[in-house]
Design a protein around this ligand. Structure first.
Ligand SMILES: [Zn+2]
Length: 301
């Protein structure tokens, strides 16, 4: 045997930074996994969780193939999304304020825009475009006056540029975040901004409940970030982090905040005692387990 040769398993490289990663146990999915309301056969996909000590990315392995997930989104029934979500509950006001403050012009693209509810909220003084794989949601967005340009970033014409590109509840679905960020940069106008909302696995409830955490237990969520990962992605793509806040996915009533926190704490403690390890934790939507941030595109410092 050669000196230094290890007979252990091959290191698993990080899908973002290619550094070696560490095991973080088995993933936890419900008994009847669904993606956007469509049943999905996971088989051996998304069986294990791994963590990258270098860039902070947490990811499921092996990934569910993009084609499988896109087929689920495309077949998703129209009632899977709220037709008119409450704009205050969904923080549309905060997102709109960030765009108003930082975008150098009025051209906005929402990636994964669903039925166009956020773009509709922005108002017609914006030149509004969307990308959405669900045919039914895209049809509603078109009816709302949104210019639908395709399903994913790859469908955009090469020369189209935007002053603001949004990815709300999108980044956690990606299997190649770096390619996605490169694509975003390609389509940002000079001085343009990228505005995103995604989960933050540094949230304390997540650390308490581990892989059973509600956000990690959704089968379509494949990669998870923390602030360090976003900073890594920004550096890699010559972008600049100009706004960042830890927040919850949506605003909820105080009674719901207390109820979910108690329920989440009990589940986390049970899990720590070795109970309910294979059961996804109950939803904890008011938790401050998301990041809302703005990155300025490359070449515009
Ligand atoms: Zn990494």
């Amino acid at each position: 045997m050669k000196r230094g040769f290890s007979s252990g398993p091959l290191p698993v490289p990080c899908p973002l930074c290619a550094e070696p990663t560490q095991p973080r146990g088995e993933t936890v999915h419900g008994p009847d996994p669904r993606v956007a309301g469509v049943p999905i056969e996971l088989g051996s996909h998304a069986a294990a969780m791994r963590a990258c000590p270098s860039c902070g990315l947490l990811f499921k392995r092996p990934f569910v193939p993009d084609e499988t997930l896109l087929a689920c989104y495309a077949a998703s029934p129209g009632d899977n999304w709220e037709h008119d979500p409450d704009p205050i509950k969904r923080r549309f006001d905060q997102i709109a304020a960030l765009i108003e403050k930082h975008a150098p012009g009025r051209r906005v693209l929402d990636i994964g825009c669903s039925n166009g509810a956020l773009l509709k909220h922005l108002g017609s003084n914006w030149e509004r475009s969307g990308l959405e794989p669900s045919a039914e949601a895209a049809r509603v967005a078109t009816e709302r006056g949104i210019s639908m340009l395709g399903a994913t970033l790859g469908d955009l014409p090469a020369d189209v540029r935007f002053d603001a590109i949004l990815a709300i509840d999108v980044l956690e679905h990606l299997t190649d975040p770096d390619a996605f960020f490169r694509g975003v940069c390609t389509h940002l106008a000079p001085g343009g901004v990228f505005v995103a909302l995604t989960g933050d696995h540094d949230a304390w409830g997540w650390r308490l409940q581990g892989n059973a955490y509600w956000y990690a237990a959704l089968p379509e969520h494949q990669v998870f970030y923390c602030r360090r990962t976003i900073e890594h992605l920004a550096r890699r793509n010559a972008m600049q982090l100009i706004a960042y806040r830890r927040t919850s996915h949506a605003r909820h009533k105080p009674t719901r905040v207390v109820r979910d926190a108690l329920r989440g704490l009990i589940h986390g403690l049970m899990r720590r005692m070795g109970l309910a390890r294979r059961t996804p934790a109950p939803g904890w939507l008011p938790a401050r387990d998301h990041m809302l941030f703005v990155l300025r595109g490359p070449g515009s410092a």
